[in-house]
Design a protein around this ligand. Structure first.
Ligand code: FDA
Length: 325
């Protein structure tokens, strides 16, 4: 259940002037332009981090908007190459048109993934709300069938369906299965998702274990100690870790500038000390870098979708020692 404090912060923030929201979100969003994102990545490269870039924006209302996202991601790919950044792409399938025109949406995603393949770059399909879970997974399966294996999905620990999805993907993709696993930001109904914190952590951890055992590449996307500690102990059990090549006989060889079978992933601006600690221990650690003109809509939508973020943001400002960038 979302607490009253979170709701209060959300209610207050959405009524605040734009400059205030900009001031709050500036730590979580690289800026309005691709140059801003490149500057942030250059700065964080010095810490040894790698990146995944997200052009802000989600569900669209016309296919013309999808064209904007395709073109912008092509610019991102060129910038990654030009600046020799250790980075890949994260895209929102609905921004490519998956919800309004599934066929055209798939075509747009295919165009980007094929160009990325030529550049030996990986593309992650972010997972949005339950309306597109099946379609997003289907896009990944279809592209793999066509020989484009530089693409992977995100699964959300909170959804009841996730273990079944892992089993299905395991069957169909074998050692090419490549996931980001997170708790899931969308507050889904009880009929399809866990809603209590402890249940969500337990389910997310069960998914991590299952993915690792199945030989998949696993991007562990969390800032939460019980999830990270669980992942660390599972990695140790399997003999995986920094400086070791992946010992799992059911895993694919390392490729596409990935880690030895796993990596940690964190959002820009969140729990920097933890990220730096994992990096110092030698774990490949990827920072999710959102940028774009739509930073305001993104910030407000995220707050409305999951008011607990409001409390986390307030906590970061009021008690900065709990969450430094
Ligand atoms: P939790 O929410 O318990 O956070 C642990 C601590 O981290 C908090 O107490 C706070 O200190 C800090 N923290 C976390 N989030 C913060 C924030 N936004 N601002 C300030 N502090 C914060 N979800 C989804 O549905 N689809 C997706 O594709 C993705 N993709 C994705 C990529 C990456 C790289 C990450 C890290 C996360 C996602 N998510 C996502 C979001 C994810 O599902 C989840 O909502 C958040 O990561 C928060 O969950 P944690 O596991 O971090 O725990």
């Amino acid at each position: 259940m979302v607490g009253w404090f979170s709701r209060l912060v959300v209610a207050m923030t959405v009524r605040m002037p734009k400059w205030f929201v900009r001031w709050v979100s500036r730590r979580y969003v690289a800026g309005a332009t691709l140059d801003d994102a490149v500057a942030v990545m250059k700065r964080l490269s010095a810490e040894g981090a790698c990146f995944t870039i997200d052009v802000l924006g989600e569900e669209i209302s016309s296919m013309d908007e999808a064209k904007f996202f395709l073109d912008e991601y092509i610019r991102v790919m060129n910038a990654i190459n030009q600046h020799q950044l250790d980075a890949n792409l994260s895209i929102k399938p609905t921004a490519f048109g998956l919800l309004i025109n599934p066929e055209e949406g798939l075509k747009n995603i295919r165009t980007l993934v094929a160009m990325a393949a030529e550049n030996e770059m990986f593309v992650r399909l972010d997972m949005e709300d339950h309306r597109v879970t099946t379609d997003t997974i289907e896009v990944v399966l279809k592209l793999h069938e066509e020989g484009l294996t530089n693409v992977g999905t995100v699964l959300q620990g909170r959804l009841h369906r996730t273990i079944a999805d892992i089993e299905d993907l395991e069957q169909r993709l074998g050692m090419n299965a490549d996931y980001r696993i997170c708790k899931g930001i969308y507050l889904e109904p009880e009929s399809i998702a866990h809603t209590r914190y402890d249940e969500i952590v337990e389910a997310t951890n069960a998914s991590i274990s299952r993915m690792l055992e199945a030989g998949a590449y696993v991007g562990i996307a969390s800032h939460d100690f019980p999830v990270i500690n669980h992942a660390l102990s599972e990695l140790e059990k399997l003999g995986m870790g920094p400086g070791k090549s992946d010992p799992r006989t059911n895993a694919a060889p390392q490729r596409l500038a990935k880690g030895p079978g796993y990596e940690f992933q964190m959002l820009l601006g969140v729990r920097g000390p933890l990220r730096r600690k994992l990096l110092a221990q030698g774990h490949r650690t990827r920072v999710y870098v959102p940028y774009g003109e739509k930073w305001y809509e993104y910030s407000i939508r995220r707050l409305k979708e999951n008011p607990t973020i409001g409390a986390q943001v307030a906590k970061a400002f009021l008690m900065p020692w709990t969450n430094r960038p």
